[in-house]
Design a protein around this ligand. Structure first.
Ligand SMILES: Cc1cc2nc3c(=O)[nH]c(=O)nc-3n(C[C@H](O)[C@H](O)[C@H](O)COP(=O)(O)OP(=O)(O)OC[C@H]3O[C@@H](n4cnc5c(N)ncnc54)[C@H](O)[C@@H]3O)c2cc1C
Length: 549
């Protein structure tokens, strides 16, 4: 019996466990299906930034889901990685720290989600941040705007230790085309080209687990259960009273005196609600699950950033590639990393990027670019090709297409059924085509001329809109920012209200990326942690109010 049970120790779950257990009077249980990651076998991989290349598809540390066949993407199934370890996806992600645009949150608030506008959330972004950049990092020019950043939080955010010459070239290419050089994408204005800030300290990954859990894991009022897979919520008279979970092939039950908070992420949170009888009637009937609460929005409203990559062959051996010259660098890399936390092992792969408008009619950037100074095929899942190349990722920040998460079966250990329906709305393809054309302009600048040999993808012969669209259908993939499947709001399709309470069930909240009503304009780790900060405030406020009578 605990006061609070948190299901899922990912980006959100780690923050929540920290905040709720800060009061020694609260007993908190944090349940995680994955391993702790503290063992020798995994801990180094979880620290070294370039480990992202292996963590993306790691058989133990990643759920490695696949979507259903996507009709608009030549019926391909899309790889859908999610972290399965303390820290969740923040332990396997590319560490890019982006908050999004102010309007993203003001739109949430305008839709009736009071307390979720930019001005409400900024103090929470600041609360988690330990900004490592100082004026001296910037040759005395302090580009960090004091009122937007903080150095007091547990989450280390700083400039990367490793930035390849090709990443610098990418930033110069942006300047050549007249885009602003932006040293702080989380400043007043997101637009422009720059190096990404990363969640790292001293060249090591700083996951939500390292920031929020490790420092407090020995609190007496906090129980962390790993390799414990939540299979079903226990609900009595429309009140959540506990959780049934599987550990070492045994079914166990724990009970909550106050609340159960689901933090399983965009795929697992709706799955758990469905398995517990909360969801659309037709889906529950299809699997013969007794209905506890009809909620048509559970699993709906899935949104993600679709990503297309342009590749150019490099005539030099700069960047990271398979070549005899690079083999020499690679042999020295572990020593360099151990000695100074520098070198390509300190790279997060997506080193530089940009936020730009797909056309002049846009009032704010609607495209995000990630530049990787390497020859990437299938986001690094296929055998690395020989030779040197560089890759430019482009994604549409605010797609209109919506997908869904449903059940494959009532077996909790089976993966959920993910269907993105990418490009279902034709407007999304139009934006992607514009993105490819802009991306080509960037790679064709003078800045890249010392390196550019030829375009490998889409390929110089693919110039018409039809050819580009065919390439997108053939190659585009998720860039792993799924959100929205337990939408916050006050309409018939909302799953949680603005207090993150599941509609119709007492003592149950969802707090993770799944509650976002709409996808934000950027990477989704920072906001997932802020959602948990907000949840903690809402829960503690309520507990305090009760205590005060
Ligand atoms: C490869 C990759 C690269 C990315 N790159 C970036 C990036 O560079 N920057 C960025 O901002 N964002 C990035 N993201 C996205 C970002 O990491 C996620 O949006 C964010 O971590 C989501 O947080 P969450 O708490 O909602 O879910 P998660 O962090 O995924 O946490 C969910 C947790 O719940 C656990 N869980 C699931 N089901 C159960 C169950 N039944 N019982 C118990 N536990 C369960 C999981 O194991 C996991 O630990 C990336 C994601 C991936 C996968």
């Amino acid at each position: 019996m605990f006061d609070f049970i948190i299901i899922g120790a990912g980006s959100a779950g780690c923050v929540l466990a920290n905040r709720l257990s800060a009061n020694p009077d609260h007993s908190v249980c944090l349940l995680e299906a994955g391993v702790s990651g503290y063992d020798k076998k995994h801990k180094y991989l979880l620290k070294v930034p370039l480990g992202v290349g292996l963590l993306m598809w790691h058989p133990t540390l990643n759920w490695g889901f696949h979507s259903k066949e996507e009709a608009e993407l030549k019926h391909r199934t899309l790889y859908s990685p999610r972290g399965k370890v303390l820290g969740g996806s923040s332990a396997v992600n590319a560490m890019v720290y982006i908050r999004g645009q102010q309007k993203d949150y003001d739109d949430w608030a305008a839709a009736g989600n009071h307390g979720w506008g930019w001005d409400d959330l900024l103090p929470l972004f600041k609360r988690h941040e330990n900004q490592l950049r100082t004026a001296s990092d910037l040759d005395g020019k302090d580009a960090l705007d004091g009122h937007l950043h903080s150095t007091n939080g547990p989450l280390c955010v700083g400039d990367p230790n490793q930035l390849d010459i090709l990443s610098h070239t990418f930033i110069k290419a942006g300047e050549e085309l007249g885009y602003p050089n932006n040293p702080d994408f989380n400043g007043e204005n997101q637009e422009g080209f720059g190096a990404y800030q990363v969640t790292q300290l001293n060249g090591e990954r700083w996951s939500a687990s390292r920031a929020f859990l490790e420092p407090i894991k020995n609190r007496k009022n906090l129980t962390i259960l790993t390799e414990a897979h939540a299979a079903k919520l226990l609900i009595e008279d429309h009140k959540a009273i506990g959780v049934e979970y599987i550990k070492s092939n045994c079914i166990n039950r724990i009970h909550a005196k106050k609340e159960v908070i689901v933090c399983g992420g965009t795929f697992a949170s709706p799955q758990l609600l469905l398995l517990s009888g909360i969801g659309p009637q037709d889906e529950l009937d299809r699997h013969k699950i007794p209905v506890v609460q009809t909620l048509p929005g559970v699993g709906e409203n899935l949104q993600d950033h679709l990503d297309i990559i342009l590749r150019q062959k490099n005539k030099q051996s700069t960047g990271y590639g398979l070549s005899p010259r690079f083999a020499l660098r690679a042999a020295k890399a572990p020593f360099k990393y151990l000695k100074s936390r520098q070198g390509f092992l300190a790279s997060n792969a997506a080193e530089a990027g940009a936020f730009i408008k797909s056309d002049e009619n846009q009032s704010r950037p609607d495209l995000q670019l990630h530049f990787t100074p390497t020859y990437l095929k299938k986001h690094g899942r296929s055998k690395p090709p020989l030779g040197h190349a560089y890759s430019l990722h482009l994604c549409n920040l605010r797609p209109k297409s919506r997908g869904e998460v449903r059940l494959n079966s009532t077996d909790a250990s089976e993966a959920p059924r993910i269907h993105y329906r990418f490009l279902h709305d034709p407007a999304d393809m139009a934006v992607m085509i514009k993105a490819v054309k802009l991306g080509r302009k960037i790679l064709e600048t003078k800045a890249f001329s010392p390196y550019r040999k030829k375009e490998l993808a889409p390929g110089e012969d693919k110039q018409s809109d039809e050819d580009i669209a065919a390439y997108i259908r053939e190659e585009a993939e998720s860039i792993y920012h799924p959100v929205g499947t337990c939408k916050m709001g006050n309409d018939a399709m909302s799953v949680v209200d603005a207090q993150l309470r599941v509609v119709g069930i007492q003592g149950l909240r969802v707090a993770d990326a799944s509650i976002m009503p709409s996808l934000i304009s950027g990477n989704t780790n920072a906001i997932s942690m802020v959602i948990a900060e907000k949840a903690a405030d809402l829960i503690l406020e309520k507990t305090q109010l009760k205590r005060d009578g």
